[in-house]
Design a protein around this ligand. Structure first.
Ligand code: GLU
Length: 506
């Protein structure tokens, strides 16, 4: 039975890269008929940010990434928040010490700092490892008696992992193949802290084991920790899960990890939901608040680092679940592409029903104090949605269907409203008043008989009519718009333009 977990630390808003990790875990779990677990890794209390856990839950819920067990829904392997599991970890640290896989270290932060400086002065980097541990204040260097004395005297200590000297440790990664590292390159990581809490490494391994996790799918930034994790499984005598380290999400230019600052710089969110920093009060934009549809974000993220092996780009969550395949995850980082994000959003916006689009539009009309018949709004929505990427564009794109312009784009006036235009516009009114109010009849009378028949400039007259009706030279097919607005309203608008712009020598 496949069991995967998403294990964020509540240190702030969930980065979009974290969302992708959750998504890949979800797709894999669903496809394999397995279970998806949400575990909160909050052992580092100094980095705890209030509201972050709630944010993570809300963001994943918005995106349709669902869990079978977790901090918010419980389950048979709970509790799912590491701070609630605190009493559980100590015994595992003790077990490692008893078995010679870990040791007590009493080094004060100042002593460690001094050591680092001493190395820096010689242009070297200090690492607490098999080559240096004998010079430090730990149970290996001090001996059992002194160690016991210090512990009994209440001296604070941490527990460190004792890497065997000079062995090769291989991580079997489902994406990268075998990744081997020599233990000389690895430091004796702290497993248990003086505050009585395990570190990420110990808690993560213990919980993955106890929660019977079969696959660890996580960001590439954890690959350097993987040899330690493999060794910890070995030290405990537990079977390790399979690992898959996902490629980084890169800046649009491709050099380096996508950061919050890139989003601010280039105008796209790097967080799923808007985040209000509880300390600084700073607000970071979110995909949801920008008007992105969750399906669009999911589809875009799914393809950042994975492809189905075909050219297919648009895939619903169900299709993604069917097609997802760890073997098709790329080793290389995936560049963020804002145009692509917008393309997905536009595509998914087009899939909305006219009623759904109308609902967005009606909400915006309300804000502008404008009312209209629901059927009319639905018709406008259906007609205009292809021009829309984000719901917030609806009002500006469609407002002239509901309110007559009072101003006319001066550049367009200058370009289109040529001498004699008031006469032509008066003719438009006359045609509308005399011919049957039908598309074809108006087309024949205005475009064929009047404009072409008199060899007038089609662009100039029709764009002036547009200017009169819309206020700008944008919008759908002109006569379709006239049919939508109706005879009276169109005439009123044309008359107003004649009165307002008047005859100008252009
Ligand atoms: N708590 C770690 C994080 O914040 C989890 C890493 C892992 O999945 O092992 O990303």
């Amino acid at each position: 039975m496949v069991r995967v977990r998403f294990a964020p630390s509540p240190t702030g808003p969930l980065h979009i890269g974290g969302v992708r990790t959750a998504l890949y875990n979800y797709l894999f779990a669903r496809q394999q008929g397995g279970k998806m677990i949400l575990r909160i890794e909050d052992t580092d209390q100094t980095r705890f940010v209030p509201g972050a856990e709630q944010y993570i839950i809300e963001a994943l819920d918005w995106l349709g990434i669902k869990f079978d067990e977790g901090v918010h829904i419980g389950g048979p392997f709970g509790p799912y928040r590491q701070s609630d599991r605190k009493p559980l970890y100590r015994q595992y640290a003790d077990q490692l010490i008893a078995d010679g896989w870990a040791y007590y270290a009493f080094d004060k932060p100042e002593a460690l700092d001094a050591k680092r400086k001493e190395y820096e002065a010689q242009k070297k980097t200090f690492q607490y490892d098999c080559t240096t541990r004998q010079q430090m204040e730990n149970s290996l260097a001090l001996g059992d008696e002194e160690t016991r004395r210090r512990i009994d005297a209440g001296e604070p200590y941490v527990v460190r992992f004792k890497f065997p000297d000079n062995i090769d440790i291989t991580v079997h990664d489902l994406i990268r193949g075998d990744v081997t590292m020599n233990s000389r390159l690895l430091d004796d990581k702290v497993l248990f802290k003086s505050d009585g809490m395990p570190t990420y490494h110990l808690a993560n391994i213990v919980d993955d084991h106890l929660m019977e996790i079969t696959h660890v799918i996580r960001g590439e930034e954890w690959l350097p920790s993987a040899p330690l994790h493999v060794m910890l499984y070995k030290a405990f005598g537990w079977e390790a899960p399979q690992f898959a380290h996902l490629p980084l999400l890169l800046k649009p230019e491709g050099n380096g990890k996508l950061s919050k600052r890139d989003g601010d710089r280039l105008g796209f969110p790097v967080f799923p939901l808007e985040w209000h920093d509880p300390k600084s009060g700073e607000v970071s934009s979110g995909y949801r608040e920008q008007g992105y549809l969750p399906q669009a974000v999911v589809n875009m993220l799914a393809l950042m680092g994975w492809n189905p092996g075909t050219e297919q780009e648009l895939m619903s969550m169900d299709e993604l679940i069917k097609l997802f395949n760890i073997g098709h995850i790329s080793k290389n980082g995936a560049k963020f592409n804002l145009d692509k994000a917008k393309w997905f959003q536009h595509e998914y916006f087009q899939m909305l029903g006219d009623e759904q689009v109308a609902a967005y539009l009606e909400a915006q009309m309300k804000e502008h104090g404008v009312e209209a018949q629901h059927e009319y709004v639905v018709k406008v929505a259906g007609m205009m949605k292809e021009r829309i990427t984000f719901p917030k564009e609806l009002w500006d794109t469609c407002c002239y269907f509901f309110v007559a312009p009072t101003e006319y784009d001066p550049a367009a006036v200058k370009k289109r409203w040529k001498a004699g235009m008031t006469t032509h516009m008066a003719k438009v009114i006359e045609i509308l008043n005399t011919v049957p109010f039908e598309y074809d009849a108006i087309h024949q009378a205005l475009l064929e008989d009047y404009i072409k028949g008199n060899e007038l400039n089609m662009g100039s007259v029709m764009n002036s009519l547009r200017l009169a009706v819309v206020g700008r030279t944008v919008g759908p097919d002109m006569l379709t718009l006239v049919m939508m607005l109706g005879k009276e309203e169109t005439i009123r608008r044309v008359q107003r333009a004649i009165d307002t712009i008047g005859e100008i020598d252009n």
